[in-house]
Write a protein that binds this ligand. Structure first.
Ligand SMILES: *Cc1c(COP(=O)(O)O)cnc(C)c1O
Length: 406
């Protein structure tokens, strides 16, 4: 069977809207266009009812109460709100934040901003598999620590952090714990009580919903965890995020949660199957290839591979039929090697030669087989032009050659 080109294998950067999700959204653009904050007529009531339903649908997927959901414009905003909102609210208690070096830029840059404002941040390193050590979190915590923020699933290498253990440490020490769970929610179980999180970010467009809408889970405790809002205005979302709610998008996020919850178990097995097929296919055809990130503790659909002696960018150019990314989509414009891979100790050369394959809902075995063939063929061809590869094949120790030529 012929596959339709180009093939999309970049599901970590965004996903298409599921037809079931789109269907649910459509009435909210036209007949039910009301403002969810309008209290005086059925247009408003209808919109509010739809938003409330979405809160319950999200709550069902992540195991929280509807009131604990704050709608945002996406996970960049959710991360900003969690990190800065908590820091500003807890300023009287301390000035120290703990995070990791492989967080998404939405978390890292929020931390950088806070550092400019006088907060102190510890950026924990990761091991060669990309894992944060919970003991390192424990050791980093001081009596001035007000927030720990560690992601659940990494967007480049798909590695799953021991969030449950880290959360338990934070809880025991009475420290607020936020997790960016954008890549995990809807793909693998991500329930707030199991993960011991107080705040959790998610976004619709990474889980087959629309772009421009996300949520921040905020645990309701007594006394409640305070959050200083970043948006001032009408006091929507219990004062935590002002602005008219994006009702069609919110309905889409709710519907996306419903479908993810329904098919998660089966779909994650299917994706693990495809991922292993892709990995075996590539490793069977090529030498000098390396998997980045822990082999099992990773997202079902993630496969990040370094192809030694090949530039990732050249490989992308050579495989225009396949949409994948080298490094992360956010930083690939800069041609800097991925900071996530560098943090694993992969080395600049190999970091530059990496490709992220992000498998998702509409990928098929035929597509995987096509990609395996293409990658095998194109990498071999690119290596034919590489003098370093020729030397490696002859058994020349490249490290000595490279260092003596410097
Ligand atoms: C995509 C992504 C974000 C940003 O989400 P947006 O909704 O696009 O702003 C944050 N964190 C992670 C891990 C992501 O993959």
């Amino acid at each position: 069977m012929a596959v339709k080109l180009p093939i999309y294998m970049d599901y970590h950067s965004t996903t298409p809207v599921d037809p079931e999700v789109l269907e649910a959204m459509l009435p909210y653009f036209r007949e039910h266009f009301g403002n969810a904050a309008s209290r005086n007529h059925p247009f408003g009531w209808n919109a509010e009812a739809a938003v409330d339903r979405a809160r319950e649908q999200i709550g069902s997927l992540i195991g929280c109460k509807p009131q604990e959901i704050v709608f945002t414009s996406g996970a960049t905003e959710s991360d900003n709100l969690a990190v800065k909102g908590v820091a500003y609210a807890m300023k009287h208690k301390g000035d120290h934040i703990v995070t990791s070096v492989i967080e998404h830029h939405a978390v890292l840059d929020s931390c950088r901003r806070l550092e400019k404002e006088g907060f102190r941040v510890t950026y924990l390193s990761v091991d060669k598999d990309g894992l944060v050590d919970p003991m390192a979190v424990e050791e980093a915590i001081t009596d001035k620590t007000i927030l720990v923020t560690i992601m659940y699933a990494n967007n480049e290498i798909g590695v799953l952090q021991p969030v449950k253990e880290i959360g338990a440490i934070c809880r025991q020490k009475g420290i607020v714990f936020h997790s960016d769970a954008v890549q995990a929610v809807g793909k693998i179980p991500a329930r707030v009580d199991d993960l011991n999180v107080d705040f959790m970010s998610l976004t619709a467009h990474k889980m087959y919903g629309p772009k421009g809408v996300g949520a921040l889970y905020v645990r309701m405790t007594k006394p409640p965890v305070k959050l200083v809002p970043l948006m001032d205005g009408g006091g929507h979302e219990r004062g935590r995020r002002s602005g008219t709610l994006a009702v069609p998008g919110i309905v889409g996020l709710g519907a996306a949660c419903v479908k993810c919850e329904r098919i998660m178990e089966e779909e994650s097995k299917r994706l693990v199957g495809l991922r292993e097929r892709l990995k075996k296919g590539i490793f069977g055809r090529l030498d000098h290839v390396y998997l980045n990130g822990h082999p099992e503790k990773r997202l079902p659909g993630n496969c990040n591979i370094s192809f030694e002696f090949v530039e990732g960018e050249s490989l992308l150019m050579a495989m225009k039929e396949v949409a994948v990314s080298s490094g992360s989509a956010c930083t690939s414009a800069t041609l800097e090697p991925s900071y996530v891979l560098m943090a694993l100790g992969v080395g600049e050369e190999l970091a530059h030669s990496s490709i992220r394959f992000g498998l998702g809902r509409w990928n098929t075995e035929e597509e995987v087989d096509f990609v395996v063939e293409k990658v095998g063929e194109r990498v071999k061809r690119l290596r034919e032009m590489s003098p370093l590869y020729a030397m490696a094949l002859q058994g020349v120790d490249l490290k000595s050659v490279q260092s003596s030529s410097r």
